[in-house]
Every structure is written in structure tokens, then in C-alpha cells.
Write a protein that binds this ligand. Structure first.
Ligand code: SIN
Length: 280
């Protein structure tokens, strides 16, 4: 079968068809998939649900899988995979339902070297709802006026796992997990290491404060930038088909899961995250 690539949305999203992930794609196919990802920011490889070790092996060409914080379930057949499920509960806390990633965010910005890519495999997807939404952070940056770009260029933002600004409830964490996530600071405008393009680097879940700026002014600035970046014109919304493998670039996008599927309908995603480098 030959690889076919086509656009999903007007400014982000590319779908790849004709790739059988039962065996890892060859070097030429991976080169084409990586180029499509850099161009489209979100890449959907259509397929069918895969056994966990097969899925992990097939994704090897995107880079080294990183071990994920032990907040959610690690797959018993493949330690690289975290299971994100409609059945997730805060087992160490109040036992209530947890929907991972239901607010806009980019993955792992609380780390000094946040992951570059996230890969999500839709093993079970609801018939209604459960889409994943994305925003193009290159486009959000490009749309700023030149004076604002100049003003933001030198700013750095402190990212904190348990940010006091975040809207979502996070699962209870052990003292060891807390100790592993000290505050870090990142540029507000980052340069993509592969494309050289500039992108706004925001994470509403984890940003605490602009470094050196008074809190109220920092809150106003961050709130304004989040409202700008999440405008409809920068968005792509992915409707899942069973077996989709969705790869996205955290260095130039934000995303969120939609928890709008009916009670009792199952959603199961297998997530892999790929090593990244320090933002600059
Ligand atoms: C995530 O934020 O990593 C999960 C997104 C989703 O489940 O749609």
C-alpha cells in the first residue's frame, strides 16, 4: 500500500492513509511522516487498534519514548504506554472521576526539557463526543502585532506542576512525585528547533507567573494571551475513528480532551510521549 497524505484542516492537521502499522514503517515512510508532522503540527495515521507492543514498536521512528509520571495507569504489556480512560478515578484521593487533559495545555511544560511529541492511539472511542481540540501556536504568534512581539520577546514564564492559576483538579500526588517536579522557567516565545519558526509557548495548566513581573500584571498578560491563542480561528478539532494514531508537536500547539461523551460510553487512549529538549 502506498502512503497517501491529505489535509484535515485549513491551517493544521494532516491525515496519513495506506500505512500498515503492524510492522514498523521503513525509513522512507518515516521521513515522509515526520515531514508531514512538522508541516501539519497534528498528524493522524489511520489504522486499526494495535496490540500495545506492536504500537510501541511502530512509533519508534518518532524518537525515544519517555517514562511518564505515575499519575495514571501504565499498560501492563508495555511500560512506555499510559492508559487514559473514561474509567480513570483519583484512587489516591477522593475516588472521583478524572479526565486527563480536559483544559488547554501543552504536555510536560513543568519539566526543564518538555516532551517534543505526544502520540495517542484511540483503542476505544465514543460514538458521540470525546474529540481532541488543538490550537496552532505558530499562527497565534504570527497574528500578534509587531510591537507586542517585541515586548514579549525577552519574557520568561515560571511553570509549576501544581500552578495556583490552573482551573483543573489534579490527582493526589505522593511526596516523591512532588519532589520530582520543581519549578522551571521557559521563554514565552519559543523557537522550534527543527523548523526555526517562532511560536507562543503557553500552558494555562502550569504557568504560574511571568518571571520578574508583578502578579496582577502577569495574570492580565497571560489571561489575554490564552484568550488570543485559543480563538476559534487557530483551532483544529479531531473526531476520532477507532484505531487512529494521532501524533502532535507540543512545541507549537496546545490541545485539550473533551469529556462530553455520555456516561457509560467508553474511551480508551494509549499515550506515548517522546523526549524533547530545553525550549529556547
Ligand atoms: C492528553 O491531554 O494527553 C489527552 C488528550 C485526549 O485524551 O484527547
Amino acid at each position: 500500500m502506498a502512503l497517501r497524505l491529505s489535509r484535515l484542516g485549513p491551517h493544521m492537521g494532516i491525515v496519513a492513509e495506506g500505512v500498515d502499522l503492524a510492522t514498523p514503517p521503513d525509513a522512507a515512510t518515516f521521513a515522509a511522516l515526520r515531514a508531514a508532522l512538522l508541516d501539519g503540527i497534528v498528524l493522524c495515521i489511520r489504522g486499526r487498534p494495535l496490540p500495545p507492543p506492536t504500537y510501541v514498536a511502530a512509533m519508534g521512528g518518532f524518537g525515544a519514548a519517555r517514562s511518564q509520571l505515575g499519575l495514571h495507569r501504565r499498560h501492563p504489556e508495555a511500560e512506555e504506554i499510559m492508559i487514559l480512560s473514561s474509567e480513570d478515578r483519583d484512587e489516591k484521593g477522593d475516588g472521583k472521576r478524572i479526565v486527563v487533559g480536559a483544559a488547554w495545555h501543552t504536555d510536560d511544560s513543568f519539566m526543564a526539557e518538555p516532551c517534543s511529541l505526544t502520540i495517542l492511539h484511540g483503542v476505544r472511542v465514543p460514538e458521540v463526543g470525546g474529540d481532541t481540540q488543538f490550537v496552532n501556536m505558530y499562527a497565534a504568534y504570527d497574528a500578534l502585532d509587531e510591537e507586542t512581539k517585541r515586548r514579549l520577546a525577552p519574557l520568561r514564564v515560571i511553570h509549576r506542576y501544581d500552578s495556583t492559576r490552573k482551573g483543573n483538579r489534579i490527582t493526589t500526588r505522593t511526596a516523591e512525585e512532588v519532589a520530582r517536579t520543581p519549578d522551571v522557567d521557559h521563554p514565552l516565545i519559543r523557537t522550534h528547533p527543527e523548523t526555526g519558526r517562532k511560536a507562543l509557548y503557553l500552558n494555562p495548566n502550569r504557568m504560574e507567573q511571568v518571571a520578574g513581573m508583578e502578579r496582577a500584571e502577569s495574570d492580565r498578560l497571560l489571561d489575554g494571551l490564552i484568550a488570543h491563542a485559543t480563538e476559534e480561528r487557530f483551532q483544529y478539532r479531531h473526531k476520532w475513528s477507532p484505531g487512529d494514531v494521532l501524533v502532535w508537536d507540543n512545541r507549537c500547539s496546545m490541545h485539550k480532551a473533551n469529556a462530553d461523551y455520555p456516561e457509560g460510553s467508553r474511551r480508551e487512549m494509549h499515550r506515548i510521549i517522546i523526549e524533547g529538549t530545553r525550549p529556547f
